[in-house]
Design a binder for this molecule. Structure first.
Ligand code: C2E
Ligand code: MG
Ligand code: MG
Ligand code: MG
Length: 291
């Protein structure tokens, strides 16, 4: 009987494995087609400066809507894209789409803000700087409209080659952000060795603010360290007014999160930008000297 159930268990296990690998194959095929079928798009999450109260940038986040399966979250398809190498053409698509959007907004007369795109380590290859500068040129944009978000894991390998590439990006006017800071193999030596402009405090440290003593201490420490190193510091995943207030008081430069705005489709982001920056512009240009 015991033998029987072990055999059943094995059978079940292998059927389960088969089912999973079939699903994976199906998703991989679907992802391959997604690029050609125009199923990918970008959403833009505004980044708010805590001193000027203006939107100073946006993070471009990839969205995939499959015609039958509906929206598939990046947490499901990005790892698959990385494993299969599809992240290379997808990553190129993202950079091109972000530049095309920046060009369209500039043509509409919108005040231009910096767009941050996420990079996977597999994209970090010798041809990347040239590819990015070609894309910028094709859209008649300068490098300062783009920010590249990288993660700590990218800094662990080939450090000399990576430093050279990062310097190349900065010379072209791009800025570099260290995403999900504190969750990887956080070596403080990275902050010294690599040319970085911004630190993004991971949302896992923001979640417990302001009550959680550990999160508060970590957030304050990251902000203090960023200041000392003259880096801009941005908090991710800010969901409440209390979190925002804590971060503002601690000296955090910028925030991003559902409290201010979720990632938005391009047209909604443009409307928000005009509303927030337009109003802030008028308010600051018209000092309240009369009453
Ligand atoms: P990330 O770069 O750390 O992006 C932040 C994630 O937090 C986004 O999830 C965003 O929608 C979400 N978020 C923003 N505000 C809040 C908030 O207040 N609370 C909470 N709980 N979450 C918030 P999303 O869009 O699902 O993306 C997940 C991850 O997928 C990203 O994390 C990034 O690592 C990756 N990703 C997204 N787009 C791309 C892309 O174009 N290329 C690459 N390589 N990776 C991407
Ligand atoms: Mg990011
Ligand atoms: Mg991020
Ligand atoms: Mg992050």
């Amino acid at each position: 009987r015991a033998k029987q159930s072990t055999a059943d268990g094995f059978l079940f296990y292998s059927q389960e494995m088969n089912r999973r690998s079939r699903e994976r194959l199906k998703l991989e095929g679907a992802l391959r087609r997604a690029l050609e079928q125009g199923e990918l798009s970008l959403h833009f999450q505004p980044q708010l400066c805590l001193t000027s109260h203006r939107v100073v940038g946006a993070e471009a986040l990839l969205r995939w809507r499959h015609p039958e399966m509906g929206p598939i979250p990046p947490a499901e398809f990005i790892p698959l894209a990385e494993e299969t190498g599809l992240i290379i053409p997808i990553g190129q698509w993202v950079i091109n789409a972000a530049c095309a959007q920046a060009r369209a907004w500039q043509d509409q007369g919108l005040p231009l803000v910096r767009l941050a795109v996420n990079l996977s380590s597999r994209q970090f290859q010798p041809g990347l700087p040239q590819q990015i500068s070609d894309t910028l040129a094709r859209h008649r944009l300068t490098g300062d409209v783009l920010e590249l978000e990288i993660t700590e894991s990218m800094l662990m390998h080939n450090s000399e080659r990576v430093v050279a590439m990062m310097e190349e990006f900065q010379q072209a006017g791009l800025s570099l952000s260290l995403d999900d800071f504190g969750t990887g193999y956080s070596s403080l030596a990275y902050l010294k060795r690599f040319p970085i402009d911004n630190l993004k405090i991971d949302q896992s440290f923001v979640r417990g603010l302001p009550e959680d003593a550990n999160d508060s201490a970590i957030a304050r420490a990251i902000i203090g360290m960023a200041k000392a190193l003259k880096l801009c510091v941005i908090a991710e995943g800010v969901e409440t007014e209390a979190q925002l207030r804590f971060l503002a008081e601690a000296g955090c430069d910028e925030i991003q999160g559902y409290h201010f705005s979720p990632p938005l489709p391009a047209d909604e982001f443009a409307a928000l930008l005009a509303r927030v920056n337009g109003a802030a512009g008028i308010a600051s240009a018209t000092p309240a000297t009369t009453h």
